[in-house]
Design a protein around this ligand. Structure first.
Ligand SMILES: Nc1ncnc2c1ncn2[C@@H]1O[C@H](COP(=O)(O)OP(=O)(O)OP(=O)(O)O)[C@@H](O)[C@H]1O
Length: 444
């Protein structure tokens, strides 16, 4: 073993989860996790709202598995990761490690957990004290956990440095003498020194260049295999997750919208948000189909998330009301108009022309790809009124008119997780048998 000596075999087995009873359950279980941050106001710090950074998130991680959490910045990945490590107290739900609730751990059990679950952060420059040699830095957790024998610490550190592709002599060098990639290798060595069962890697390669990124990913993969370590891998980059993870959960505004085996989710993405993330990965193949753009680029504020499906304000697959009869392109143009106005993303030219009193119906239609007449009479009338309101500079009336004209189930009901394929679930109304809408086809 790499780290400090364990006690009895039974204890060691229990700690590493290799006794038959604990090995049967996942190493990590995250159940209905909420982390809400209060928004306060005034001297008395009165709570006026909450940032729902993580909202009802559930997933498991098996022993030796690499599980990815992917989503845009602000989707709640880091907050979820910090709760897994017990660094952030959940507002609701539970994190269980080897069957035990992380937030109820204390004394020896808490110390054991701190040993068994380690964090590797994004920026290796922040991870090391410039005044400590790398040997001292990597050995620090051993000291904190009571290993007094300096020769033994040194032997463990030298062995680890070689395992992560550096040399034993590097133990005597200081952080500034290493490149970013080498420092990230050293962070991994430090995470390994206590013989962990779980490594939480928060964007571990996003501060590194392409080639170095691949080397660090390969190293993480090697140590996972060699030591049967589970990895919770956090990234905004779906392509990195594809190369590295066994399963993935896609997060949007604090919620998991799709979860399943990596090849399944990324080859047959069911959720429009997953499709959007995949579409934003540039393809080397020019014959690849271009994906539909989101309705708007504005990511809503997690302190005030949209009702129903949180993605509906950007979703290019948003479900039309049952009584609306429009060709797909017209429906898409109408909802893009609606949610662009709602997000306040009015094109600058329109804002200027409104102020000058020069805006007319044809210009608004042109900017929003709206035809002169829409095929559905009721929608046509509502859009006419909304355009008149935009020309008059009354955006609130325009928004109200459009939300009355094209209400959608996506804003009215919260979608629940539906089984899409084996072990693959998706939260989208298009997969709900009670909603009159089929999933749209996906081709890459
Ligand atoms: N301590 C805090 N107080 C208030 N809001 C917070 C706090 N920490 C995070 N948030 C908010 O919670 C949301 C989720 O943040 P988080 O850092 O978990 O997202 P992320 O997906 O990891 O994004 P990034 O990749 O940018 O770190 C964001 O809107 C963020 O502003």
């Amino acid at each position: 073993m790499i780290g400090p000596e364990a006690g009895s075999d039974e204890e060691a087995n229990r700690e590493r989860g290799t006794d038959p009873e604990s090995a049967a359950s996942p190493l990590l279980e995250v159940e209905d996790l909420d982390v809400h941050y209060p928004i306060t106001k005034g001297l008395l710090r009165r709570e006026v709202g909450r940032v729902r950074a993580v909202d009802g998130v559930s997933f498991d991680i098996e022993r030796g598995e690499t599980f990815g959490l992917v989503g845009e910045s602000g989707s709640g990945k880091t907050t979820a990761a910090h709760s897994v490590l017990g660094l952030e107290e959940p507002t609701g739900g539970e994190v269980r490690f080897d069957g035990q609730s992380v937030n109820e751990l204390s004394g020896a059990a808490l110390r054991a957990f701190r040993r068994r679950a380690q964090l590797v952060v994004q920026d290796p420059n922040e991870a090391f004290n410039p005044r400590l040699t790398m040997g001292e830095a990597v050995a620090e957790p051993l000291v904190l956990h009571g290993m007094e024998d300096a020769d033994r610490r040194r032997a463990i550190v030298e062995d680890l440095l070689e395992r992560v592709g550096l040399s034993a002599a590097d133990a005597d060098r200081y952080p500034h003498e290493f490149s970013g990639g080498e420092k990230q290798r050293l962070s991994i060595a430090r995470a390994l020194v206590l013989n962990p069962d779980l490594i939480v890697a928060d964007e571990p390669t996003s501060a590194l260049d392409g080639r170095v990124q691949s080397d660090v990913l390969a190293l993480l993969d090697d140590v996972r295999r060699e030591f049967n370590i589970s990895i919770l891998f956090i990234s905004h980059d779906i392509d990195v997750v594809r190369r590295f993870c066994d399963r993935v959960a896609v997060m949007y505004l604090g919620e998991v919208v799709e979860l399943g085996p990596i090849e399944n989710v990324l080859e047959f993405p069911a959720h429009p948000y997953t499709r959007l993330l995949l579409g934003s990965v540039p393809s080397l193949d020019p014959t690849d189909q271009q994906f539909e753009r989101p309705l708007t680029d504005t990511v809503p504020d997690p302190a005030d998330p949209p009702s129903g499906c949180r993605f509906h304000t950007r979703c290019s697959e948003i479900v039309p009301p049952e009584d609306v009869e429009l060709p797909w392109e017209q429906w898409r143009a109408v909802v893009a108009f609606r949610f662009t106005l709602q997000a306040g993303e009015l094109p600058e030219s329109i804002a200027v022309e409104t102020a000058d009193g020069k805006l007319d119906d044809a210009t608004v239609r042109d900017r929003f790809d709206l035809p002169a007449t829409l095929q559905d009479d009721a929608v046509d009338a509502g859009v006419d009124q909304a355009i008149s309101a935009v020309i008059a500079g009354d955006l609130q009336t325009a928004r109200d008119r459009l939300s009355e004209t094209v209400p959608t189930v996506c804003e009215q009901r919260v979608p629940t997780a539906t089984e899409h394929e084996a072990a693959h679930s998706v939260c989208c109304h298009r997969y709900d048998s009670t909603v009159e809408a089929e999933p749209r086809s996906w081709e890459r």
